[in-house]
Design a protein around this ligand. Structure first.
Ligand code: SPV
Ligand code: MN
Length: 614
């Protein structure tokens, strides 16, 4: 069967890898999906260019006016990660200490394979190899992706480092990840037709994922959130961390760059933090962190950004805006296109009243089947761009050894509780801050929006080990680190009683510069029950020097008052959650101590405490 669909030249490319498991995966994919032809992609520029062209030739992408720009649409019902149909396939039930979506393998495997059966009939199968993490690095994990979607692999050539040569050096090792994807039957717009039959089934035991009847990258691109789940499992077996984190260089005093990694749930400002003007980006979504010689080194798993485009405009996100409005390789998805130009929500420009978008021909006032008005672009519409194309790419973005990481940031989204920035009292307290992140749901996931949800380390959707084990490994990760890593909690979304944001979009620059200064002992801080907060004088100067903004004492008092009752409400929510989970004793003590400090402070100062009291 193989010989009928794969020619000699392509077969040779595979044989050069000398890897039995690669061949077995190929055989499984071909026999199952029954493609018309098989194309093997190496790291050669002409192979990568082939994919780019194929995406346009087969209509999964269309060229836009600007050089290098293309538009891709996903089906109306495939605009975000499909949580309901993304499942772990388990051979035995284990208590994960949290709600995970799973299916028993004996049921799930035949089900997903049945959807993949013949899914590539008449289509070209693309066999590709990538590296998760920098090439020639201890961080690197090989990834084999087979798909019939040229959009998926085109995206992957932007988002990930090539890995064909790396597979050659693996000496036949079976230690790599495998992803089999098919967009399934396509409609006249080249969108998945049977979205109802969308399935994304994760096989943790075999380090492989089957994904079918979808195109949205969070569902289809194996190397992104699907590989991430496999990596978390692997990391926790090997004593390192795989995290839903950006990595950035914060530029403090002249010539000083300090690296931070930060976890924020979707649409809580993760990418825009990594892209704060004047700073440099290593990565914006997934990081591997390892302890090397008493230091925490972190590396970006990716080499590109699949970012939310909504509200990206010249004022609020100048770096991103500049990079996606100039000639370079960019894939836009699910935005409005009129006369070859892309438009999106919050772009800061006048937008047309008609054009083409994810719903097909679009006009203002168009309604969906349920009678809801369809916006000009989807709220989760995105852009895909290579980091090396950005002016603010960090010089160490591809360093095989990663970057030495001095601080972690955990950012939630709440309007009434958490201060804009606070430094954890110590590592264990920092782990607690990360483990108690809450955020409002956003357009990046399906389901109701605007509900406050618990999301430990912004990683709840992806944690592939029991929650107690995950937290224990986090606590242990600091053992043997020479200088205790500082941990920060941030909240960009605090509002006043009239529902107005307290902070501007770029204020996050100040919080990061403050954290950077703290790492180097430049600033003193006030010790509060919830951590160390900045002193007014330091913020005043940082705001003046960096944003030319007059930060008043009144601003400061409002933003940094400790809303004790709100914090206590939050602790109650957290206690309810964690008391049902088998958690490390040390972690439960952190929760208890946090509550105790708040109760004691309330007895002395009342339910809202001005920073001047500390
Ligand atoms: C996220 O939602 O966290 C993303 C986009 O980074 S997705 O690829 O959908 O996961
Ligand atoms: Mn993400």
């Amino acid at each position: 069967m193989l010989n009928n669909v794969i020619d000699q030249a392509n077969m040779k490319k595979l044989e050069a890898l000398n890897n039995e498991k690669v061949m077995a995966n190929l055989k499984l994919a071909v026999e199952l999906c029954k493609p018309a032809k098989v194309m093997v992609i190496t790291d050669a520029p002409e192979d990568i260019a082939y994919l780019r062209q194929l995406a346009v030739d087969n209509g999964e992408e269309k060229k836009l006016n600007m050089e290098g720009h293309t538009i891709h649409y996903d089906a109306m019902q495939d605009q975000a990660r499909d949580k309901a149909n993304t499942k772990y396939m388990l051979t035995e039930k284990v208590n994960w200490g949290m709600d995970i979506n799973y299916i028993m393998k004996e049921e799930g495997l035949p089900e997903v394979l049945s959807y993949l059966d013949g899914a590539m009939a008449g289509k070209e199968m693309l066999v590709t190899f990538f590296s998760l993490g920098p090439q020639n690095s201890d961080f690197a994990i090989g990834a084999m992706q087979i798909t019939d979607s040229s959009y998926v692999v085109h995206s992957e050539t932007i988002l990930y480092r090539t890995g064909y040569e790396q597979f050659k050096k693996m000496n036949g090792s079976k230690d790599f990840f495998f992803f089999l994807h098919s967009a399934g039957e396509l409609d006249e717009r080249n969108n998945t037709k049977n979205v109802d039959n969308r399935r994304i089934y994760i096989d943790l035991e075999e380090n492989r994922v089957f994904s079918v009847n979808n195109q949205y990258a969070g569902n289809s691109v194996g190397l992104k959130k699907l590989a991430f789940r496999l990596a978390i499992k692997k990391a926790h077996g090997e004593g390192w961390l795989a995290e839903h984190m950006f990595i950035m260089g914060v530029h403090g005093k002249p010539g000083r760059i300090t690296y931070f990694a930060g976890a924020f749930p979707s649409a809580c400002g993760k990418t825009s933090t990594a892209m704060i003007p004047g700073q440099t980006i290593v990565g914006d979504d997934i990081a591997y962190l390892k302890k090397v010689d008493g230091k925490i080194m972190s590396a970006n798993v990716e080499q590109g950004v699949f970012g939310i485009i909504r509200d990206v405009n010249a004022n609020d996100d100048p770096e991103i805006f500049a990079s996606i409005t100039t000639p370079r390789e960019v894939i836009f998805s699910n935005v409005l296109v009129k006369e070859g130009k892309p438009y999106w929500l919050g772009m800061g420009e006048e937008t047309p009243k008609d054009g083409e978008n994810f719903s097909g021909e679009w006009f203002e006032g168009k309604k969906d089947a349920k009678g809801n008005e369809i916006g000009l672009a989807h709220k989760n519409a995105r852009y895909t761009v290579r980091i090396s194309e950005l002016d603010n790419a960090d010089v160490l973005a591809d360093a095989p050894e990663g970057v030495e990481t001095k601080g972690l940031v955990f950012g939630g989204r709440d309007s009434d509780t958490t201060v804009p920035v606070a430094e954890a009292l110590d590592w264990a307290h920092g782990v607690m801050i990360g483990a108690t992140i809450e955020s409002e749901t956003t357009a990046a996931t399906l389901g109701a929006q605007g509900v406050r949800v618990f999301n430990p380390m912004a990683n709840l959707d992806f944690i592939a080990v029991p929650l107690g084990t995950y937290i224990q490994n986090y606590l242990d990760f600091q053992n043997g680190v020479e200088e205790e890593t500082k941990v920060y909690g941030t909240n960009y979304f605090l509002k006043d009683e009239n529902g107005k944001w307290y902070n501007g979009m770029l204020d996050k620059k100040i919080w990061m510069l403050w954290a950077e200064g703290r790492v180097h002992g430049d600033f003193e801080a006030l010790k509060t029950p919830v951590g160390f907060i900045p002193k007014y004088e330091d913020l005043k100067k940082l705001f003046k020097d960096n944003l030319d903004k007059n930060y008043t004492e009144e601003d400061y008092d409002q933003q940094f008052s400790i809303r004790v009752d709100k914090y206590l409400d939050k602790m109650e929510r957290m206690n309810t959650i964690y008391s049902k989970v088998d958690m490390p004793v040390e972690f439960m003590a952190e929760l208890e101590n946090q509550t105790k400090r708040l109760v004691e402070a309330k007895e002395v100062y009342g339910s809202v405490i001005c920073p001047c009291k500390f």
